[in-house]
Design a protein around this ligand. Structure first.
Ligand code: SF4
Length: 236
């Protein structure tokens, strides 16, 4: 496992639980608003933590933590993710996976082997807009993303879909996505935060829209709530 970071104690990353958050390095997408950009390249992710070190920490904290979040980057790129999760499960932790949904085969395998208790999957955009927001590689993995959505909608594991309501998306896009995951148990709309990019001003010109207001997001949530079971906001 390539582990680039560890938050030892979080109350906001795993619904209802106090959790440690593990950040794996590398991602197969390149979302323009990514706030973990340093994880995308070996040039910036710095020294990695050893798996043993992280497991030793989790062993010691067993009485203080309820869960472990595996985030990134994109955790399903890690070849030995399954073995690692088994070791975490053996320590009696509940596990939440944060994923962009591009590896449905592994997602299903992890669910079938009861190695996941909660999955938060990013649903970034209507499919025709994925490349615009997540870089050209996104067009190569659309079928995989659709398959992951299908897997989660079968309800074998607790899950949420989440979308960062970034300025490239319109309200109509969000409604289109909600229709795609119609009936989903939870859809979370996250407030967009401007990324700290040197050329952001240039990018902002293309966006033609600033951060959406809280009222606008709440109004959208109301509409979406008619399509999925529950729609919530985060970060507003
Ligand atoms: S999928 Fe997540 S980690 Fe990867 S580039 Fe997008 S926001 Fe960043």
């Amino acid at each position: 496992m390539q582990i680039a970071g560890l938050i030892k104690n979080s109350v906001v990353d795993y619904p209802g639980k106090i959790a440690a958050v593990i950040f794996t390095s590398g991602c197969n997408l390149d979302c323009y608003y990514c706030h973990n950009r340093f994880l995308l390249s070996p040039k910036t992710w710095g020294d990695l933590l050893s798996e043993e070190e992280v497991l030793r920490f989790l062993e010691k904290r067993k009485k203080l933590l309820d869960g472990v979040v595996i985030s990134g980057g994109e955790p399903t790129l890690q070849k030995d993710l399954k073995e690692f999760l088994r070791k975490v499960k053996n320590l009696d932790y509940e596990i939440k996976l944060d994923t962009n949904g591009t590896n449905p085969a592994l997602l299903k395998d992890l669910i079938d082997n009861k190695l996941l208790d909660y999955v938060a999957m990013d649903f970034k955009a209507p499919f025709q807009k994925y490349s615009q927001i997540c870089g050209s590689n996104a067009s190569l993995v659309l079928e995989e993303i659709k398959e992951s959505i299908k897997i989660l909608l079968t309800g074998q594991v607790a899950y949420e879909f989440r979308t960062t309501f970034n300025p490239e998306l319109k309200k109509e896009d969000i409604l289109e996505m909600a229709e795609y995951i119609q009936g989903a148990r939870l859809y979370v709309l996250q407030q967009y935060r401007k990324p700290d990019l040197p050329d952001y001003e240039k990018l902002a010109l293309r966006l033609q829209q600033d951060v959406y207001s809280t009222d606008f997001i709440k109004e959208t949530v109301q509409k979406v709530s008619e399509i999925v079971a529950v729609c919530e906001t985060r970060g507003i």
